[in-house]
Design a protein around this ligand. Structure first.
Ligand code: PAF
Length: 287
């Protein structure tokens, strides 16, 4: 496994399968790497905690950095190279210029209209699009792998790639299912912020999603299914930011419920548990 720090050294890996990450790797990332490796192309994993996608007061400085363990995960899951760029390599004109560049980007609608993550973290998707576009330019991958756990991020990246057309040739974005602990908690690098006694309450997110899926199967209307989710969350000390059922494409509200369940619907939740922000989502379609 090669460790690469300069963009020029990525030349032998052009047309690779790319797995962009911020490190602090867990079994969810390992599954993305293994899935990428199963496609037969060399797999490049990027490890870069991208400052431009964190707003002031978010967890950029305390975001877990676990390089040695990350290298082991990459090796075991079948990566060919790890790209670990410095801030200077990614943003040679400095961070102020990078933040200005991010805020000038034209983002896809799904990054600004749903009022989900975009409402709570207004500068986040500009930073994500900026860094992912740079990684695509540097690695020129044939395929890129993203988890459904960050569902709005996945949709934003899919739309960015569609809109940019020939810029990244025929790059295919693969959406990979969320990997869960045996009790249902979606794997996340931020789960390590949870105290052992808070874990029980964190499970309310996956339970609320299961309630929404049961509602869909029972033919419940969307407003009632959203209420079900709220009730599960309210019983577990969670401060709910949103718990909604939306179009899986636009992430906008659905109005005709029977039609919507059939065509596919996505339940999405964000909630805070003693200051730790948790997100999760699930497919509720009946198609
Ligand atoms: O999902 C992440 O870890 C990050 O947002 C990404 C896609 C690697 C961009 O920094």
């Amino acid at each position: 496994m090669r460790i690469v720090e300069q963009a020029e050294s990525l030349a032998p890996f052009h047309r690779c399968a790319l797995v962009p990450t911020m490190g602090a790797l867990h079994a969810g990332h390992a599954s993305l790497i293994a899935r990428a490796a199963s496609g037969g192309r060399p797999v490049v994993v990027s490890l870069f905690v991208n400052p431009t996608q964190f707003a002031q007061g978010e967890d950029f400085s305390k975001y877990p950095r676990t390089l040695d363990a990350d290298l082991e995960v990459c090796q075991a899951a079948g990566a060919s190279a790890i790209f670990i760029p410095s801030v200077q390599i990614m943003y040679p004109r400095g961070l102020s210029a990078a933040n200005a560049e991010a805020s000038a980007l034209q983002l896809p609608r799904v990054a600004t209209q749903p009022k989900l993550e975009d409402a709570r973290r207004p500068t986040h998707f500009a930073g994500v699009c900026q860094v992912v576009a740079k990684l695509f330019d540097m690695c020129q991958p044939a395929a890129a792998y993203f988890g459904e756990k960050d569902f709005q991020q996945l949709r934003v990246i899919q739309e960015m790639v569609r809109r940019e057309g020939p810029r990244w040739k025929d790059l295919v974005v693969h959406a990979c299912p969320t990997i869960r602990e045996s009790d249902g908690l979606a794997m996340s690098s931020r789960n390590r912020y949870l105290q052992p006694n808070q874990r029980h309450n964190a499970l309310a997110l996956s339970r609320a999603l299961t309630a929404a899926q049961a509602g869909a199967r029972a033919g419940m209307d969307i407003a009632a299914a959203q209420d079900e989710m709220q009730q599960v969350l309210a019983r577990h000390e969670l401060v709910v930011e949103y718990a909604v059922i939306r179009s899986p494409d636009t992430l906008l509200p659905l109005d005709t419920f029977q039609f919507a369940w059939k065509l596919g619907a996505r339940a999405l939740i964000a909630a805070r548990l003693h200051g730790v922000r948790l997100i999760d989502n699930a497919d509720c379609g009946q198609a």
